[in-house]
Design a protein around this ligand. Sequence first.
Ligand code: SAM
Length: 241
Amino acid sequence: MSNKPPSAEDEPRRRMIKPPTGGNLSGRAKGHTAVKTAKTRTASSAKWLERQLNDPYVQKAKAEGWRSRAAFKLIELDERFHLLHRGAKVVDLGCAPGGWVQVAIQRGASRVVGVDLLPVDPVPGAELIEADFTDPAIGPRLMQMLGDKPNVVLSDLAHNTVGHRQTDHLKIMSLLELASDFALDNLKTGGAFAAKAFQGGETEDLLLKLKLRFEAVKHFKPKSSRADSSEIYIVATGFKG
Ligand code: SAM
């Protein structure tokens, strides 16, 4: 299967993209690109930009037309766990800027609905709303939009960290719990759930709940997930209903 996003004509707002100029996917760049505007930026903004400029997955995503480097994480998850299939109905929680939506469509999903706090440019074949998933009205709205039980629930939900360890931990947990509850309440039998978590971020209770309702529950760290990030994915397959 070619790992290319839905066709260029389908995406009128996509920018012109240059091929990558160097670097490899192990994370080592051939030539390091410095931030020319570093003096006019805050230290954290300059650091972020420098990392983006030298990240081979960012370059590869641009070259191939994916909206985010996160697209490669779902590609890896799908290659390992076979989550997506032709005709699959998919819910994508925290979908901006739309990399996972592109991957789901490109890999044969017949219908994708998604939600994010941020606006997302349209993706053909998907219906995406700008809303807060923690609003109790949003889960039912997504289900109404999908019109059927999903085969796959994806969550890449991530809040803006505040830097206070305990507060961040609680926020991560509550988004993961909400996404899990949505999957448990709505998935089609045999369906799958994949969600961003953080090492040490989930509770035994949550894992137990998933293990009782799915055939298999695994942790997976894609190669495209930054090594210095504690991000990890929980993948639950074979929903028992
Ligand atoms: N999977 C996406 C892709 O491939 O482009 C990237 C998702 S990004 C890592 C996480 C997203 O979660 C952000 O866009 C953020 O706005 C969204 N998010 C965080 N809290 C949310 C909430 N309460 N409701 C909806 N979206 C939320």
